[in-house]
Design a protein around this ligand. Structure first.
Ligand code: CA
Ligand code: CA
Length: 434
């Protein structure tokens, strides 16, 4: 009973700690004014950009698979079937998803040298987009074979959109630089996302878009509790998130006073990417829709399918839940002390790295593994775990071995760990067992 009480008290204290932490959630408007190095440093303390990787590509047509542009092989030979080709399309495009939502600093496009032999070069007039943001507009009579575009924006998608008709888009490789964002995982994506402004394709009477985000859950349109468009083709409502996030779930409140079938066929997109399509005879009253898209522009569009009828869009309330981006800033792992370890029943259970080890490197590894503590052993081993100190404490001088990836720090000794707390404070919930 007493233990249970202590447990709840500890939990409460931890929750208070979590609330008091200095994590920053950056507002979208501020983000665009920050320099590249400031943004990079905010993300994890280092202003070095990383190579980012693309997956799941698509393009307007597949003469040669779009995969050739994301296979990490820069072969620009025109006839070697090593590059992604579209046919001569109307406004051809290429799109690929990053492995993780990221701050993208630069995008480098590699194409072939003599594209004219195959058709009109779509890369003489195109937009480069990251997420919802147009990083660059390129227009020239001259083709290029390799060019780098600055972006400095965050997103999950890279898109190359040509403005030419009957043009061939050839991409031998799309190389992306920047930094992967950390996402708040503390509450499993149940953070309520704040919508700072909204828009709607049209407004009927006074039923403005803000009525879908006014926290008034009344489902009676006539009482002024709902957003409502005029009757039109593909009406839409859009909410702009205060900070970009992974949208995990939408809770939609339909009108209940009448005409619920108005909301029977619709699509949900985040930054233009489809994340849910609802098409059913069953009427919605209040319902959750799963989504897993990163961005800041959440749109609900009535999709009438082939008939393309006119319709109203009623939305009495839209609530969004998801994972926020966490800006860790220049936090350092904090040193706890020198502790012995035992081979048969280890405190830190996971050996996660063995090469050129330093506290910073082991911190990054264990942070990704969602572990609160790490220990450095024998100069080169990185161990991650949930607790430490089961076998007492060792005097500092026993942690004497130099880290093989850092001249500054000591990295334990044989079966003795230099223990640190992982710098990402989100993982503080596990306390040492002592
Ligand atoms: Ca390639
Ligand atoms: Ca409302």
């Amino acid at each position: 009973m007493v233990r249970k009480f202590c447990g709840s008290l500890a939990l409460l204290l931890q929750l208070l700690l979590l609330v008091g932490q200095s994590q920053q959630f950056l507002k979208e408007d501020n983000m665009k004014q920050l320099s590249r190095s400031t943004m990079l440093k905010m993300i994890d303390g280092s202003d070095k950009e990383d190579r980012l990787y693309l997956e799941r590509c698509t393009q307007s047509s597949q003469l040669e698979s779009c995969q050739f542009a994301v296979d990490d092989d820069i072969n620009q030979a025109p006839w070697s079937n090593e590059c992604a080709f579209t046919t001569a399309d109307m406004r051809p495009w290429f799109e690929a998803r990053l492995e993780n939502p990221s701050f993208v600093t630069r995008v480098q496009l590699f194409t072939v040298r003599n594209i004219e032999e195959r058709g009109r070069d779509a890369l003489r007039d195109f937009d480069l987009l990251v997420g919802d943001f147009t990083c660059a507009r390129y227009r020239s009579y001259a083709s290029f074979s390799n060019r780098t575009f600055s972006c400095d924006n965050i997103g999950e998608h890279i898109r190359v959109q040509s403005h030419l008709d009957h043009a061939v888009l050839v991409l031998c490789e799309v190389v992306v630089y920047g930094k992967v964002l950390h996402l708040s995982r503390a509450d499993n994506g149940n953070t309520r996302l704040k919508v700072s402004r909204c828009a709607m394709s049209s407004v009927e009477k006074n039923n403005i878009c803000e009525r879908a985000i006014d926290n008034n859950l009344d489902q009676d349109l006539k009482k002024g509790a709902c957003a409502y468009t005029e009757k039109e083709k593909r009406p839409w409502w859009e909410g702009r998130l205060e900070v970009p996030a992974i949208v995990r779930k939408l809770r939609v409140y339909n009108r209940a006073d009448c005409c619920q079938s108005q909301l029977n066929t619709f699509e949900i997109t985040v930054d233009g990417q489809l994340c849910f399509r609802y098409d059913a005879d069953k009427m919605i009253n209040v319902q959750d829709f799963e989504c897993r898209r990163f961005g800041s522009r959440v749109r609900i569009t009535i999709a009438m399918g082939k008939t393309d009828d006119n319709s109203h869009l009623p939305l009495c309330e839209v609530q969004l839940y998801g994972f926020l981006v966490v800006y860790l800033g220049a936090k350092k792992p904090s040193y706890i002390g020198c502790f012995p370890e035992r081979r048969l029943k280890r405190d830190l259970e996971t050996l996660a790295g063995l090469n050129r080890m330093s506290p910073d490197k082991c911190d990054r590894i264990c942070s990704r593994m969602n572990k609160p503590f790490f220990g450095l052993q024998q100069g080169f081993q990185c161990w991650c775990g949930d607790h430490y100190g089961s076998y007492g404490r060792e005097r500092e001088k026993f942690c004497w071995m130099q880290c093989d990836g850092s001249t500054e720090y000591k990295c334990g000794a044989k079966m003795i760990s230099s223990i640190f707390k992982v710098s990402n404070q989100e993982y503080e919930k596990n306390k040492p067992t002592r």
